[in-house]
Design a binder for this molecule. Structure first.
Ligand code: ADP
Ligand code: SF4
Length: 692
């Protein structure tokens, strides 16, 4: 289909200093957990973005010196010339598709760790290091500042030699010295680099000038700048940011503006909608003639065009939308809007970086697998035979298996017991703040709807006999799971006494099935991620008096990896949901819930009408078990394989279910390598050895 002319503006080239971007789609820097440790995987991931039509493809933050060592996090690195080849790999691959490569240089000062390099941390003034490392950063003297400027300049030149077209000066996210010097809470200097705004901006100005001087003849200089930290006068505030932008207006070739810290920038969809940053950045374009890029989890081309037309942005920045759909620009260009796989704002991608593991995406199961498994987000091998495939259960695992098998050309039948598709995604997306998660279902249902070779059957709870009678060559069981009622979980390996039969105990499934408790409700969180806080919020909004209890030492501890944590705490405080941490449930009799402090053993009573128990789940794998019992009959029924996937195999997150569905489809009737099922990077030899 031809492109909708309303979107033409998105495909007009734009000059960025000495280089030209072919369109307005800009993949802004994003972490990926691969970085300098996995350069081939990193380059392949960036290449797919370039192939998908992004005019600019950026790295993640790039360490410029061993005194800014981010261990254990794995980002890009340009400590010396020997780091150039790894980034040159990326540049070559990005250039092969006509895109520009951008490099985000950073010295993280007191927000580095130096756990590997063992250098002393540097900062504008003496201060504790960030992230709870029990160490301090020392105040930089004028010699240190000169050194830092030299390191930055040298890294910029290395970036240019690697083939980068755009070099960033980074003053965002509370992560780089150029920003730390701006912040009153980090900069108490009394010399020409501290005090007045002009003094606090001095270093940023100098580094911008240095960078332009070093590489500005052929590379564009971008400034990534946080306009608001939402921390009051200790942080960068909008009013001061206006002055800073005015002071530096024409110095960079490109402004990349957002809010800080990362948890405010990459807000989960539960807490911020598309385009939420506009009020914080819309002044920038009025202050400079240079192009401006910004982010807002943009997935709608109408919203994107509106940003350009209304003079908010010149380029549409995206990290998460480019992860969920690396081909987003191409799809708009080709008039395939309904093929866009929209980001759901779950931040599982962020959790890769946070847990120091390669990036994963709920919507895009190929993310992070481009090199090591040769998975491409848009293409897949054609079917190997004319076998029919029966998929049972239309949650995220079953839907993705069906879609990808359908794309391979298999004749697929998808049977779902309920009257609606989507399984847990549909159910959870009805809870407060999670509506965008339904995109996991909607994209797949939309794609399947275009396939003649796929049949979908609702209201079809299949039995073992039904499956045997169906006569498919391959059967995949994605029948999901349910929440346990017995209290079994991390904190209670033997369950909780009498929970199972207590009518006052509810599970998340009860609530999602429409059976809600009333009155005083305790939400017991032994799952430690998002669901308990979401259910607590839902109950509170229904008028319940809600107390949140966990045996963990903090609320929703894993949510720190998806940047939800602070927002959950604020939301709970706003709603008046009282958190009780470090307490396990001892027993629940009548309306008396007896809690036990996990450290002191001291018991206390809470009066409540109901407990919602969010502990762990059990697979709904009866169909699989029943089919295994009747394996001797498979041959006669024409069944060549039976596989159980997703939550029916081992309950997990939606990202796991989608991945398993996809993997099943990729590997069906294919030769899968025995042993380790993916390529790995090997680091052998000494530091002068070749990159392998
Ligand atoms: P996953 O996350 O692994 O995809 P879900 O729980 O989201 O799992 O989805 C499982 C789906 O399977 C649910 O929609 C459920 O109704 C359906 N299902 C379970 N058992 C059967 C069955 N015997 N026949 C058809 N559908 C089933
Ligand atoms: Fe979006 Fe979630 Fe994918 Fe991240 S993991 S890109 S937030 S869908």
């Amino acid at each position: 289909m031809p492109r909708d002319p309303r979107y033409d503006l998105l495909f007009t080239p734009i000059k960025l200093g000495p280089v030209t971007a072919k369109n307005r789609f800009f993949q802004v820097p994003h972490c990926n957990g691969m970085g300098h440790a996995m350069p081939l995987a990193h380059a392949a991931m960036r290449e797919v973005k370039a192939e998908g039509g992004w005019a600019v493809v950026s790295t993640e933050e790039c360490e410029i010196h061993p005194s800014s060592d981010l261990t254990p996090y794995v980002e890009a690195r340009l400590w010396d010339d020997r780091d150039i080849p790894a980034l040159a790999l990326m540049c070559d691959k990005v250039h092969a598709h006509g895109a520009l490569a951008a490099l985000e240089l950073s010295h993280n000062g007191p927000t580095a760790s130096n756990l590997y390099s063992r250098e002393v941390l540097l900062a504008p003034s003496h201060q504790p290091s960030k992230y709870g490392y029990p160490s301090q950063a020392r105040a930089m003297n004028l010699h240190d500042i000169r050194q830092y400027r030299r390191w930055h300049r040298e890294a910029a030149i290395r970036g240019k030699r690697a083939g980068m077209d755009i070099i960033y000066v980074y003053a965002g996210h509370d992560l780089s010295l150029a920003m730390h010097f701006l912040q009153r809470r980090r900069n108490q200097r009394t010399d020409e680099y501290g005090g007045s705004l002009e003094n606090r901006v001095r270093l940023l100005r100098e580094v911008l000038e240095d960078t332009r001087d070093a590489i500005g003849d052929t590379c564009a200089v971008a400034l990534r700048f946080a306009t608001e930290e939402l921390l009051g006068p200790g942080g960068v505030e909008l009013n001061e940011a206006r002055d800073i932008v005015a002071m530096l207006a024409e110095l960079p070739d490109l402004w990349d503006v957002n809010v800080a810290a990362w948890y405010n920038d990459s807000m989960p969809s539960r807490f911020a909608s598309e385009g939420a940053q506009e009020p914080f950045i819309d002044f920038v374009k009025k202050t400079t003639t240079r192009p401006v890029v910004g982010v807002g989890r943009f997935t709608s081309p109408d919203t994107m065009v509106s940003q350009l037309r209304r003079g908010v942005l010149d380029m549409i920045g995206a990290a998460r939308p480019s992860i969920a759909d690396p081909f987003l620009p191409r799809k708009i260009e080709e008039g395939r809007i309904d093929d866009i796989r929209e980001c759901i704002g779950c931040n599982i991608c962020v959790s890769g970086d946070m847990t120091i593991s390669p990036i994963r995406c709920t919507q895009n199961p190929t993310m992070g697998e481009e090199w090591r498994k040769d998975w491409h987000p848009e293409t897949i091998a054609p079917r190997s035979s004319a076998s029919r495939v029966l998929v049972v259960g239309a949650g995220p695992a079953g839907l993705e298996a069906t879609r990808a098998l359908g794309q391979r050309g298999y004749d697929v039948s998808l049977a779902e017991a309920r009257r609606e598709l989507g399984g847990r995604v549909t159910r959870e997306s009805r809870l407060p703040g999670l509506s965008e998660w339904a995109r996991v279902r909607d994209w797949r249902v939309g794609q399947i709807g275009k396939m003649d070779n796929v049949g979908v059957y609702l209201d079809s709870p299949l039995t073992v006999q039904d499956v045997l009678d169906f006569g498919a060559g391959h059967v995949v069981l994605s029948t999901g799971c349910h929440w346990r009622r017995d209290g079994f979980g991390r904190s209670n390996g033997l369950g909780i006494a009498d929970f199972e039969s207590n009518q006052r105990v509810f599970t998340p499934d009860d609530l999602m099935d429409g059976r809600w408790p009333q009155g005083r409700v305790v939400v017991f969180d032994d799952d430690n991620f998002y669901l308990a806080s979401v259910l607590a919020e839902a109950l509170r909004r229904q008028g319940c008096d809600v107390t949140y209890v966990t045996a963990d030492d903090t609320v929703a501890s894993w949510s720190v990896h998806t940047l939800d944590y602070r927002h959950i705490r604020v939301r709970m405080a706003e709603l008046g949901i009282e958190p009780i941490v470090s307490h396990n449930i001892e027993r629940f009799q009548g309306t008396t819930l007896v809690l036990e402090n996990v450290w002191s053993g001291k018991q206390s009573d809470v009066q409540c009408d109901a407990v919602v128990s969010i502990t762990s789940r059990l697979p709904d794998d009866q169909l699989h078990a029943g089919l295994l019992l009747r394996e001797p009959e498979w041959n006669g029924a024409g069944i060549r394989s039976v596989r159980c996937i997703g939550d029916a195999l081992a309950p997990g997150l939606i990202v796991h279910a989608v991945y398993e569905g996809h993997r099943y489809a990729r590997e069906l009737e294919q030769d899968v390598p025995s042993g380790v099922p993916f390529k790995r990077h090997f680091h052998v030899g000494n530091e002068d050895g070749p990159l392998r």
